[in-house]
Design a protein around this ligand. Structure first.
Ligand SMILES: [Zn+2]
Ligand SMILES: [Zn+2]
Length: 175
């Protein structure tokens, strides 16, 4: 064995060792990458473990097989999209006040539809505020709500009369 051939065989050995080491590091890195990627896309720990195993075995081929079958979206993107959809639905529900006859957009404070003049809400006889159908009392002036009777004159000044009678009764009870 000459010195030159010894050197060359040693160099060959070193190159092969280096390549094997590089392949080993690459194999581990791909397995780690598969684990990290699966963790961002999957919730089930068992599935994440299986994907990581696939990322390691078969070596180098596993990660590509995983890439073909992995879920298309990150979990955080799915959650973000669900939140956006929910917010959008809430926004739509908030603005979707429409006239039952002509479906024109109406405000919650409208008494009649401005487009087709359909009566939307009853007005408080005392303060004229729009009332919801299920209310028993006007929340703005405390006037009890009676079912609408056609021909009943609007009781103007009821509020002042109620107020003065209430104050006089309270003062009389005190003295
Ligand atoms: Zn209308
Ligand atoms: Zn009122």
């Amino acid at each position: 064995m000459t010195l030159a051939s010894f050197l060359s065989s040693g160099t060959q050995h070193a190159i092969l060792n280096g390549l094997a080491f590089f392949a080993f590091v690459l194999w581990l890195s791909l397995g780690y990458w598969t684990y990290k990627d699966a963790k961002r896309r999957l919730e089930d720990p068992l599935l994440i473990a299986l994907c990581t195993l696939l990322g390691l075995i078969p070596p180098f081929l596993g990660p590509f097989v995983y890439m073909l079958f992995r879920p298309p979206e990150y979990l955080e993107d799915v959650r973000e999209r669900q939140l956006e959809i929910k917010a959008m639905e809430e926004r739509i529900a908030a603005v979707d006040l429409r006239c039952p006859v002509c479906h024109a957009e109406v405000d919650s404070g409208y008494l009649v539809c401005p487009v087709c003049t359909t009566k939307l809400k009853q007005a408080c006889v005392s303060c004229g505020s729009p009332l919801e159908p299920i209310w028993q009392v006007c929340p703005y002036c405390e006037t009890p709500i009676e079912p609408a009777v056609p021909g009943t004159p609007p009781a103007l000044g009821t509020r002042r009369a109620r107020r003065s009678s209430a104050s006089s009764s309270s003062s009389s009870s005190r003295h």
